[in-house]
Structures are given as C-alpha cells and as structure tokens.
Design a protein around this ligand. Structure first.
Ligand code: SAM
Length: 297
C-alpha cells in the first residue's frame, strides 16, 4: 500500500482515464433515469497541484497542463474537441480553480461534479488517510457513500446497484502488475454474473506490451457483448521501467463510444506527445456481431 495518487494526479494517464470517464457519464446522462457509479479504487478525491507530492514528479505538466494551453504545444491553434473542452471546463469550474488550475479532481470528485442530484456514487478505498480525505470532501453530499474496504470484494455487495444502470470504474495501483490483472479478471467474472448489463471501465498501464496482452485476451473471452479499448502511448511500449502509456478497456461500452472518443484521442495524441509523436488506438476487442457469431456455433 505504498501507492499515493497525489504524485501522479493530472498526468497523461489521468487525462485519458478521466476524459473517458466523463464521456461515459455523459452517455449515462442521456436518459433521465438515475444511475450509479461504483469506484473500486477511489484515491483521495482531490489533489492540490502545488503540493510537495505533485511538485516532486511534475507529471501534471506533461498531462492536464498541456490541454490548458494547447497553442503552446503546436504552432497551429486547433481548438479542443467539444468533449475535452467540456471536461476541462468542469475541472476549471471547481471552487479553488477560479484563478487557474490549482486543484485536480480525482475520479470521485469528477463524477460528483458532473452527476445529477438523483444519481449515486459508491467509493471504495483501502488507505486510511485517503478514506478520511474522501469522508471530509463528501460529508455534505448525500449522493456519495464512502466505504473503507477492498474494492474488489465490495463489488459482491454493491452489485447490482438499486438503479440497475450505471458504471463501475476499476483503477487500481498495479503495484504488482501481473497479480493485479488476475485480481481484476476474478472481480470482473463475479461482477458480470451479478450484473451483466453494467458498464465496466478498467484503466491499465502499458509498460511492456506483453504485460497487458493476457488481460486483453481474457476480455475477448469473458462473454461480454461489447468491449472497447482506448489507448494512448507517449513512448514506445518496449520498456518495463517506465509508464509508456495506458489504456481504458470498457465492457458494455455505449454503442457510439467509438465515435465519441475518436477526435478526443487524436487531440490527446497531438497535445501529449513527448520526445516523439504519441500513438493511440481505439478498437473494439469484442463487437456485438462477434458474440452473436460465437453463440451461433
Ligand atoms: N481512481 C482514482 C482517480 O482516478 O482519481 C485514483 C486511484 S489510485 C490509482 C489507486 C487507489 O487504490 C489508491 O488510493 C490505493 O490506496 C487504493 N487501493 C489499493 N488497493 C485497493 C483495494 N484493493 N481496494 C480499494 N482501494 C485500493
């Protein structure tokens, strides 16, 4: 339990993760009926970018900061695609950010900022300090419930949510990468039995490509009807020593999510490139027709 998200908040991986989260919440808001968000690994909910931790790595400067000043990155002044613009506006509207980006909201606060009065949020977190921060941050918000417990185990109790629609975000620290992937697979297997129609969004790191392949293959066999993969790589995926990129795997992705994310991913690749041009991938790992074909055999 050494991982603290304060060192990484707002980095290039958070930009991908949280803009996809924003797109999923927008898709769920297209219907009036309430929905639930279950965040299995919540972190502390909000991060000061002038903290010692954020300053030590400076990762946000290669992430969210690049979106704030897009014209500094490239000579052409291409406006941000609407999804990224609206996502950024929601972050800048956070009290404390009136005079520029000082606070970076983590997934729990990003969700709370964009969800409606009738929607609900379940947050699981194991680190006691992060749990107290979450409780302090949300003590006034009746929609948000904080659980000091293992997020994988909590899924058994929390699924299906009473709203019968919504999203599970799985964003673990991957301190031991291979075993974390196996924990996710086991948790998803149980979760999909309890709630086959839920949307599940899993963030995964990309260091060596071969490390994430078994998980991606598992997703193709897990029985889900639709699985979309969105990846952004700022370095080639051939070194185990650093975070070269990351991905979001979305089970039961809304049918038009591919279209919704296409332009934002292109823009992220343009804005977040480091020594060489960033690469991106947006790909159906499982499409509805594939499942029908499998069932027909
Ligand atoms: N989802 C957050 C966000 O986007 O702002 C960041 C989460 S951070 C990557 C991972 C968090 O998971 C850490 O705060 C860590 O303490 C917590 N954690 C680790 N193992 C856990 C478990 N089994 N259940 C719940 N939380 C866990």
């Amino acid at each position: 339990m050494n991982y603290r998200h304060a060192y990484h908040a707002g980095n290039f991986a958070d930009v991908l993760k949280h803009s996809v989260l924003f797109a999923l919440i927008q898709a769920l808001k297209a219907k009036d009926t309430p929905f639930a968000l279950i965040d299995t690994h919540a972190g502390s909910g909000c991060y000061a970018l002038d903290s010692e931790e954020a300053g030590k790595t400076g990762e946000y400067r290669e992430g969210i900061t690049r979106l704030l000043f897009p014209d500094l990155q490239r000579s052409e002044q291409t406006p941000l695609p609407p999804l990224l613009r609206h996502w950024l506006d929601a972050i800048l509207a956070l009290p404390g950010n009136e005079h520029g980006l000082k606070l970076y909201p983590g997934s729990p606060l990003q969700a709370a900022l964009t969800m409606r009065a009738t929607d609900s949020v379940q947050l699981c977190e194991l680190h006691p300090e992060e749990v107290s921060r979450l409780r302090e941050l949300f003590h006034h918000d009746h929609r948000v419930h904080v659980h000091h417990r293992n997020g994988y185990e909590a899924l058994k109790a929390l699924l299906p949510p009473k709203e019968k629609r919504g999203l599970v975000l799985i964003d673990p620290p991957y301190e031991a990468q291979d075993s974390e992937f196996r924990l996710i697979e086991a948790a998803l297997q149980t979760a999909l039995q309890r709630w086959p129609n839920g949307i599940y969004a899993v963030w995964y790191p990309i260091k060596l490509r071969s490390q994430s392949q078994p998980f991606l293959r598992w997703l193709q066999r897990c029985g889900a009807r639709r699985v979309l993969q969105a990846e952004l790589l700022v370095h080639p995926d051939d070194s185990p020593l650093r975070l070269n990129g990351s991905g979001m795997a979305i089970i039961n992705a809304p049918w038009n999510l591919h279209q919704v994310l296409h332009e934002p991913l292109q823009a992220m690749a343009r804005l977040l490139s480091q020594e060489r041009a960033a690469a991106w991938r947006l790909n159906w790992l499982v499409q509805e027709n594939d499942t029908q074909a499998l069932q027909a055999h």
